[in-house]
Design a binder for this molecule. Sequence first.
Ligand code: GLU
Length: 447
Amino acid sequence: MDAKVYVENLLCSLEQNNKGEKEFLDAATEVLTSIVPVLEKDKRYIEEGVLERLVEPERVIMFRVPWIDDNGNVRVNRGYRVQFNSAIGPYKGGLRFHPSVNLSIIKFLGFEQIFKNSLTSLPIGGGKGGSNFDPKGKSDREIMRFCQSFMTELYRHIGENVDVPAGDIGVGGREIGYMYGQYKRIRDSFDGVLTGKGLSYGGSLARTEATGYGLVYLVDEMLRDNGKDFKDKTVVISGSGNVAIYATEKVQALGGKVVALSDSSGYIYDKDGINLDVVKEIKEVKRGRIKEYLNYKKDAVYTEGCKGIWSIKCDIALPCATQNEVDAKSAKLLVSNGVFALGEGANMPLTLEAQKVLLDNNVLFAPAKAANAGGVLTSALEMSQNSQRLSWTFEEVDKKLKELMVNIYYNAKNAAKEYGYEGNLVVGANIAGFLKVADAMLAQGIV
Ligand code: GLU
């Protein structure tokens, strides 16, 4: 059968079987349509049902998470872990705590994770989890009780050679610490079962910085490969969490000027360039809102709402907040304001339509699977250190991160060229990520 028709049919039945799961269906559509040239070249992927197996998670776990708030009220959230694919290594991927979390979002993130993790060149499969719990406004004790309850169910499904969760939106060092403590208490075993751990109990140096730094390393390589760089360029970054903060730090180190950051309430614009120490104080120490930047810098401008950030004129845009934050309209605005490169720090921050606008206008575009792989890549380095019972220096980890991000760029670039899509890193990243997993699945038989 014609590969294109085969993929169209498969997407149709996927829609039937996963009704209403928009985020997951979008992610699957992007990957499956871009690997058509691979299927045309090697029919075994169709004959052995690799795609049908790939879109079906190996296991989906959903569970009740009861906890008690500071006023003594019983609260209940829903927990998830989607163990999507273990063909090339133990399931690996973050936990997201955010009120928007549902099965579709966790499946989309888990599906993306398979290919992202494959691109890192390290032996990690794909998984994702989380809860619709909202950490905003919760006390430290409430966060601890929630994390303990979450792990009291999750512990039985994970293990250092089975599934190794980490952080994502709403899950940082504090939450990983509480969950690790509970896991260790139940299992009575000091395992490298979570990554993003604190440095005193098995965490890796440079893990905190890794996603943001990695994003900038990859985008910098893409720029250089096209005769450009970050020096003196105006950069807009959305978000103000872990990814955005360390992307800003690295852009500034390379001589770029970051003029805007945001959170889920609004964005700040500072024409002189963002003062990162102030942002770190607000976000990492006080756990406050980005609006508080105005208390430190009177002539900065704060605007309510998130979309407006894309109307700021810039040379390079790095969306680092969340999925679907840049739609076609925002992408058109960016293009008409002269943006020449965009790197996705968040997972799928551009809608499929927005991606198309950038590609049609020859904007250099680094897709999330490649561009934000630095976090999970460094998590895999944390796993290696835990297995060795050693810890490497910051410089060692950072050097490996940089080398592997540069490799990801060229792997994606070369795969795109080989299959007739020169310059299209979306297709290139999908193909390069797919091939390793698909070949492992072929070798392991119909399982
Ligand atoms: N949540 C991050 C991601 O989206 C990191 C996952 C990990 O370190 O396992 O890739």
